[in-house]
Ligand binder design. Structure first.
Ligand SMILES: Cc1cc2nc3c(=O)[nH]c(=O)nc-3n(C[C@H](O)[C@H](O)[C@H](O)COP(=O)(O)OP(=O)(O)OC[C@H]3O[C@@H](n4cnc5c(N)ncnc54)[C@H](O)[C@@H]3O)c2cc1C
Length: 516
């Protein structure tokens, strides 16, 4: 009789446990995430009554609990914090912000205003998160990620983004045109190709027949096009040296929107990112125990025994979504290899600052959404994409994530709140002279200082992730693992959700082999 792939995996699972089943799934290509159509994920119905304890109620834990419950597993979720969402944290007026080792802060935003301390934007390629938004009727709106009118402040020079990007293209086009005109490329491309490139440079980079870059408007104007006699005068191009001095220090802003997962326009839930975890939470409310930190993870017979504040929870399976450094510190029965792998993962920090303010960036400067970039410690100023034209908005005055320098998040995190606010105010003053006085009280969140967080996300410098990543994916008997750190979409909600789906496939495989 021909052995089906499913039967084969079940047999391997029975003999070798879930780890062997996973290895077999990998070999058969079944363990690979399937992003196309991933929004339709559904777990097969539990073959018999089975209980699952989910550790953590961030996106990975909530997705896991929702899908398990839908497939008729009996689910308990243990969450240390007094809210769900984890690294999705929308702060509204009245909310208390606790940061370890720092004084508590209280947000005083007016009604309808909010600050995304964590996740902010979703690209249209993140089908799982957008799929859940659709499934639960969470409305989405545009998040403006790139705005040519937003300004860059590097080396003390403030320039609009469109000028920097267009002039860089123009100056590079000029170099290429010179190389072509001096026949430097004749030996590496055909005559026809070279001629086609030279023609393309005219439209692409405003390169004239003389090989010089002459801006025609993409970089902005010194005299704007107007009515009647007001003919436009394009800005003079910036020298290549100035552009390269920015690029050599911070290349990313020149092509930010083209980075994987970034887009010029992205999406955000109307009303705040936490509408997504809350929508998941609404489906499983009864199963979630908040303010219940896990204190030990033990195997018990063929199941698990989880010790936590207020008692012990036993279950057949466990989906563990705690960030690696936090999990590493929880007493457990894991293999030495797993413990070593967990202890080896480092997390990147991220620090934000936010102010409520009248929307001077819109009324004075016609900047509607988008990001300003700077070589100061605050790295980014993020303009709100919600409620254009409202009297007030929340201006993110700092988003230090290592965008321009890897050391910035740690250096910014080390500052007192007052110093962080000063850096952010000075940066906003440079971008919008005379306007920083309109900023309200600042609030700041650093992700290593946030309780129950290890930082913004796992840092995997090795593209292949290597053996310790493979070790982290391996179940410990009935315990499977999920979280953004176990995905190739790290530091994104999508990665957390996709990893949860993978972990659930393992639970389903184990439950099937147990029932067979
Ligand atoms: C500043 C910042 C910006 C970001 N921007 C974006 C963005 O724009 N778009 C996007 O999609 N993603 C973004 N992300 C990433 C995204 O927020 C995360 O990848 C995702 O939310 C991680 O989900 P998770 O479930 O893996 O982990 P977490 O959200 O960290 O969930 C883990 C949960 O475990 C709980 N926990 C910890 N210890 C214990 C314990 N001992 N017992 C019980 N519970 C415990 C925690 O409280 C937490 O709720 C950003 C993240 C940060 C920090």
């Amino acid at each position: 009789m021909a052995l089906t792939r499913r039967a084969l995996i079940e047999q391997i699972g029975r003999v070798g446990g879930a780890g062997a089943a996973y290895a077999a799934m990998e070999m058969l290509g079944l363990a690979a995430a399937t992003p196309a159509g991933a929004e339709n994920f559904a777990l097969p119905r539990a073959p018999k009554v089975s209980s699952v304890v989910v550790l953590g109620a961030g996106i990975a834990g909530l997705v896991a609990a929702y899908e398990l419950q839908k497939a008729s597993y009996r689910v308990t979720v243990l969450e240390a914090a007094d809210r769900v969402g984890g690294r999705v944290w929308t702060i509204r007026g009245g909310d208390r912000i606790v940061q370890t080792g720092r004084p508590d802060q209280r947000a005083t935003f007016g009604p309808g205003l909010y600050f995304e301390a964590g996740a902010t934007r979703i690209p249209s390629t993140h089908r799982v998160m957008l799929g859940y938004a659709r499934r639960f009727g969470v409305p989405m709106e545009v998040f403006v990620n790139t705005n040519g009118s937003a300004r860059w402040d590097f080396g003390g020079k403030v320039r609009p983004e469109r000028r920097m990007v267009a002039d860089m293209r123009g100056r590079l086009g000029e170099l290429l045109a010179k190389a072509i005109d001096r026949h430097a490329l004749d030996s590496i491309a055909s005559k026809d190709e070279i001629a086609a490139v030279r023609r393309f440079l005219a439209d692409y980079a405003d390169i004239g027949p003389d090989g010089l870059y002459r801006p025609t408007g993409s970089s902005g104007y010194s005299i704007e096009p107007g009515g009647y006699a007001q003919a436009p005068v394009p800005l003079q191009p910036l020298p290549l040296g100035e552009l390269l001095s920015v690029a050599s220090r911070a290349p990313t802003p020149f092509f930010f929107e083209e980075k994987p997962n970034m887009q010029p326009t992205m999406l955000q839930p109307v009303g705040g990112m936490d509408r997504l975890p809350r929508a998941l939470f609404d489906q499983i409310k009864g199963a979630v125990r908040l303010s219940t930190p896990v204190t030990a993870i033990r195997r018990s017979g063929s199941g698990v025994r989880i010790e936590h504040r207020g008692g012990v929870t036993q279950a057949d399976y466990c989906v563990c979504t705690l960030p690696a450094p936090l999990l590493s510190a929880v007493p457990n029965d894991f293999s030495p290899a797993k413990r070593a792998a967990l202890a080896s993962v480092t997390y990147l920090d991220a620090v934000k600052v936010a102010f409520e303010a009248p929307r001077f960036w819109e009324t004075d400067d016609f900047i509607y959404g988008g990001l300003a970039w700077t070589d100061r410690l605050n790295e980014n100023v993020v303009y709100p994409s919600d409620r254009f034209g409202a009297p007030k908005g929340v201006l993110v005055g700092a988003y230090a994530f290592g965008w321009t320098r890897a050391e910035n998040p740690d250096a910014f995190a080390a500052l007192s709140f007052a110093d962080r606010f000063r850096v952010a105010r000075e940066s906003i003053e440079a971008l919008h002279p005379g306007r920083s006085q309109l900023l309200g009280k600042g609030i700041s969140v650093g992700w290593r200082q946030t309780p129950w967080s290890a930082g913004a996300g796992a840092l995997w410098n090795d593209g292949s992730r290597g053996p310790r990543y493979a070790e982290l994916l391996r179940p410990e008997g009935p315990i499977v693992f999920a979280g953004e750190h176990l995905s190739y979409l790290g530091q994104w909600q999508e990665g957390a959700a996709l990893s949860a789906h993978e972990a659930l496939k393992l639970v389903a495989a184990m439950a099937r082999s147990k029932a067979a």
